[in-house]
Design a protein around this ligand. Structure first.
Ligand SMILES: [Zn+2]
Length: 105
């Protein structure tokens, strides 16, 4: 029997396949707190680094006031405010897992 944590991660990977979901949506689907989703995400990213058939995709946060997109953000969580206009109306990032080609080969 697998430890529960692993099960949650596997379910997250299944849910994220070929789609884009925010941490909030994942939390709703899994029935766990959003904070826990955010804790699991880096592990999922890590586990997919070596996976040549799949690729973790981050759909970055954007400011709904000025349109600034947080492309260079390395953290997976939602930024609290926009660095350009200081607005807090920042959309949550969304995550997904695409099946990619095996790159060079
Ligand atoms: Zn802004």
């Amino acid at each position: 029997m697998l430890p529960p944590e692993r099960t949650v991660r596997q379910r997250m990977i299944e849910l994220l396949a070929e789609t884009r979901l925010s941490a909030y949506q994942l939390a709703q689907l899994l029935g766990i707190p959003e904070r826990q989703v955010e804790d699991h995400l880096p592990h999922i990213v890590k586990s997919l680094v070596r996976d040549r058939s799949r690729r973790f995709v981050l759909d970055p946060s954007a400011c709904s006031e000025c349109g600034f997109v947080f492309r260079d953000r390395t953290k997976l969580t939602r930024p609290s405010r926009c660095p350009t206009c200081r607005s807090e109306a920042v959309s949550a990032p969304r995550y997904g897992i695409d099946s990619g080609k095996a790159g060079k080969g």
